[in-house]
Design a protein around this ligand. Structure first.
Ligand code: PLP
Length: 390
């Protein structure tokens, strides 16, 4: 079969490939500790599950409006107004199956062939993949260890050209666990206003911030008319498999994105939308407990990695990822990740899964039990020390 030429430009998420390799090893009877996956290891809180079951029983089994049911759009608008410190109207909100489609639709709606899009490197691989897919040009903004992996305003400024259309950033950040400061965000907003850029602010990890406070660019002067805020339920409420996310954006863009929804998904599953209302309006305790547990794990894992000869790991302030520098080891990060999986049964990702600037690093997800993290740290220490032994 012949495929459309554009398919060669579409990338992927290598995390899923490593997961497949790890699962193949497990099928051969090998034990694998999964630190490659970007999802909470907790189950969805029971009151959210109950709300979905009730919605199904109540007959919420039909199509809904493409941008979401008014009740959920309203609840999200209220939630954003309360948490981001700026009024958000329900008409600005589009509900999607997971937050990922917000990236896809924003890029489809805003980027013409030849337009340049600034993306973090390392960064979530789907940003650059979709930009290429629509004929745009992803322009990497390097995130460096010496700047705590925070996107530098000067680095962004240097890369802006008359073709720059969109700036994408993610805070707290996947894969680095870094977080932008208020001053960083103000600097980025100033550039966006000056150069008339659209901003896609990926705030999916904003509840998982262990130090400092989250500033949403949406709340800064002149930004509501040019910002797409991406968030969702996958991480905060351990709902990755439900596929429920959203974007808040200028009303005119929300209408375009809703049209893209009509043309692709029609709508997000009705009962998951009702579950989303329960998530936002119900008890927040289960989510808070989960996040407190992530923090405990981080506080164990990061110093344990940093203590290994050849590995250096700074404390990441957010998300649930450690991003150790492994350039002190005699092998490349990619080879080390392979060795860890094949010989030691520890699945992690090479930093290059997230862009060229990830060279020399690993992404280690600490969304796993403390017991497994202890064992993984021991195995990583053994692997770093020399010849394979279990
Ligand atoms: N943005 C970032 C930075 C992510 O890491 C992820 C998921 O891994 C997403 C967005 C997408 O989340 P969802 O599962 O809601 O589509």
């Amino acid at each position: 079969m012949r495929f459309a030429a554009r398919m060669k430009d579409l990338g992927t998420e290598t995390a899923f490939e490593v997961l497949a390799k790890a699962k193949a090893l497990e099928r051969q009877g090998r034990a694998v500790i999964h630190l490659e996956i970007g999802e909470p290891d907790f189950d969805t809180p029971p009151h959210i599950v109950e709300a979905a079951i009730k919605a199904l029983r109540d007959g919420h089994t039909h199509y809904t409006p493409s941008p979401g049911i008014p009740e959920l759009r309203g609840a999200i608008a209220e939630h954003l107004t309360a948490t981001r410190g700026t009024p958000v109207k329900p008409e600005q909100v589009v509900v999607t199956p997971g937050a990922k489609p917000i990236m896809f639709y924003t890029i489809l709606a805003c980027v013409d062939p030849g337009d340049e899009v600034l993306v973090p490197d390392p960064g979530f691989p789907i940003y650059a993949s979709v930009v290429r897919f629509v004929g745009g040009v992803p322009v990497s903004v390097p995130l460096r260890e010496e700047h705590a992996f925070r996107m530098q305003v000067a680095d962004v400024a240097q890369r802006i050209t008359p073709r720059t259309r969109l700036l994408i950033f993610n805070t707290p950040h996947n894969p680095c666990g870094s977080a932008l400061t208020r001053a960083d965000i103000e600097g980025l907003a100033e550039l966006a206003r000056r150069h008339d850029l659209v901003v896609l602010a990926d705030e999916i990890y904003c509840e998982m911030l262990y130090e400092g406070t989250h500033t949403s660019i949406l709340a800064l002067p002149g930004m509501a008319e040019r910002t797409v805020l991406l968030d969702g339920f996958s991480k905060t409420y351990a709902m990755t498999g439900w596929r429920l996310g959203y974007g808040a954006m200028p009303v005119a863009l929300a209408e375009q994105v809703a049209r893209l929804m009509t043309n692709s998904n029609s709508c997000t599953a009705a009962f998951t939308q009702w579950a989303g209302i329960a998530a936002l309006k119900g008890p927040q305790e289960p989510s808070r407990k989960m996040i407190a547990e992530f923090r405990r794990r981080r506080d164990f894992l990061v110093p344990a990695l940093d203590a290994i000869a050849g590995i250096r790991c700074a404390m990441p302030p957010g998300a649930f990822y450690a991003f150790p520098n492994v350039t002190g080891l005699p092998v490349s990060a990619h080879e080390f990740a392979d060795l860890l999986l094949q010989q030691y049964g520890v699945a992690v990702l090479a930093g290059t899964c997230f862009g060229e600037c990830g060279e020399g690093y690993l992404r280690i997800s600490y969304a796993n039990s403390l017991e497994n993290l202890r064992e993984a740290a021991r195995l990583i220490r053994n692997a770093a020390a020399g010849p394979p032994q279990r």
